[in-house]
Design a binder for this molecule. Structure first.
Ligand SMILES: Nc1ncnc2c1ncn2[C@@H]1O[C@H](COP(=O)(O)OP(=O)(O)OP(=O)(O)O)[C@@H](O)[C@H]1O
Ligand SMILES: O=C(O)[C@H](O)COP(=O)(O)O
Length: 398
């Protein structure tokens, strides 16, 4: 890989403490990991370093905790899931810095794997404070970043550490960048993007540039509601960031100027409650009841999404079209995923999808293996698509 060092350059690591930044921000329901793709993807780096006798200390975040440590955002259950997926013991330290972390590292044998508690339990992580980074660095001799999906964050564990320790890209980081370059470096047009999901505020700005890179942008999921509301449609109690209406309008203007079609839902599946078995109905998008929530796009919209998939030579997808974890709100995502998979298998489409929940949705639809490439990254993938430098990648090139 041009530009930075990889595990090929790391040399002898036997007995050395290697801090490996991974992305274990996996989908969880009722305390169980519902999609293990992100865990599976870190296996090659861990196996390689362990075989060479390194002490592997995994650094990761989980969710977006706001108020310090909490059981809700603890990585402890994920350590167990990681051990099961990797088929080897994975220790757990209840802190990522300080005595608890240091004591757990001191007890490690060569080849062992240990996971530190959620780095985001410290505000200094997201602020990338050097004093905190130094505390993280105290437990390592070498830093490996294998979290491409968190590389758009300039945090202490994703960016800062590479300034404190000899730094290398892990195998997944390397593979993701290679695959995205191969699939989307010079995409065959028309390029159609589908963006859905729930991370509206952290992703909406990315669409401003994305509309200049693609020929059509299909907006679904929670993201669509903000655009619909900006256009004057009443979305009832749906997930919607009304204060981002100005941004949504500006994106629609930029898209028109760039010649990028914007496709918004024509109908929606509406429920009064966000839970399995809640009664639901499909309504025209202009008829969402005041107490209703749009939890999926309707059948007419699916038809239009599939028509756009038919027109595309390249498809880029992040974010499910609906709350696919709960039936029947998985229907649109499953139908569009199956359609894109069939076009890909027929050799008519290059399809690249990414994101923690998006991968889970494709697995749920049973078609992840039929896409051209499935990235673990959501936000990072969209930023890469925009052509933005990713801090976690750039720092490895120093
Ligand atoms: N209409 C909707 N209302 C509420 N939630 C929705 C709706 N549509 C989709 N979602 C939710 O969006 C979530 C996924 O969004 P998200 O933006 O996190 O995607 P992702 O693929 O995980 O990307 P990333 O890796 O960047 O997190 C799912 O949990 C799904 O239930
Ligand atoms: O799920 C993701 O996309 C990554 O783990 C990054 O998470 P974040 O959006 O909370 O930074």
């Amino acid at each position: 890989m041009a530009g930075f060092k990889t595990l090929d350059d790391i040399g002898a690591v036997s007995g050395k403490r290697v801090l490996v930044r991974v992305d274990l921000n996996v989908p969880v329901a009722d305390g169980k990991v519902t999609d293990a793709t992100r865990i599976e993807r870190i296996a090659p780096t861990i196996a390689e370093l362990s075989k060479k006798g390194a002490k592997i200390i995994l650094l990761a975040h989980f969710g977006r905790p706001k108020d310090g440590p909490s059981a809700e955002f603890s990585l402890e259950p994920i350590a167990k899931a990681t051990a099961e997926v990797l088929g080897r013991p994975v220790g757990f330290a209840a802190d990522c810095v300080g005595d608890k972390a240091a004591d757990a590292v001191a007890a490690m044998k060569d080849g062992d794997v240990l996971l530190f508690e959620n780095t985001r339990f410290y505000k200094a992580e997201e602020k990338n404070e050097p004093a905190f980074t130094e505390k993280l660095a105290a437990n390592g001799d070498i830093y490996v970043n294998d979290a491409f999906s968190a590389a758009h964050r300039a945090h202490a564990s994703t960016e800062g550490l590479a300034r404190h320790l000899p730094a290398y890209a892990g195998r997944t980081m390397q593979a993701e960048l290679d695959a995205l370059e191969k699939g989307l470096g010079n995409p065959v047009r028309p390029v159609v993007a589908i963006v859905g999901g729930a991370k509206v505020s952290s992703k909406i700005d990315l669409l401003m540039n994305l509309v200049k890179k693609v020929d059509a942008l299909v907006i679904g999921g929670g993201m669509a509601n903000t655009f619909l509301a900006a256009r004057g449609t009443d979305v009832g109690k749906s997930l919607c960031e009304h204060d981002l209406a100005g941004t949504a309008k500006q994106i629609m203007i930029e898209a028109a100027e760039a010649g990028c079609a914007i496709i918004l839902p024509a109908d929606g599946v509406v429920a009064r409650e966000f839970k399995a078995g809640a009664p639901s109905e499909t309504v025209a998008i202009s008829e969402v009841p005041a107490d209703g929530m749009i939890l999926d796009v309707g059948a007419k919209t699916v038809q239009s999404v599939n028509d756009w998939i038919d027109r595309a030579a390249t498809l880029v997808w992040n974010g499910p079209l609906g709350a696919f974890e709960i039936e029947p709100f998985d229907r649109a995502t499953v139908a569009a995923a199956k359609h894109a998979a069939a076009r890909t298998k027929a050799g008519k489409l290059v399809s690249v999808a990414g994101g923690g929940d998006t991968v889970a949705a494709l697995n749920h639809a049973g078609v992840a293996d039929d896409f051209t490439y499935v990235s673990t990254a959501g936000g990072a993938f969209l930023e890469w698509m925009e052509g933005k430098p990713l801090p976690g990648v750039e720092v490895l090139k120093r």
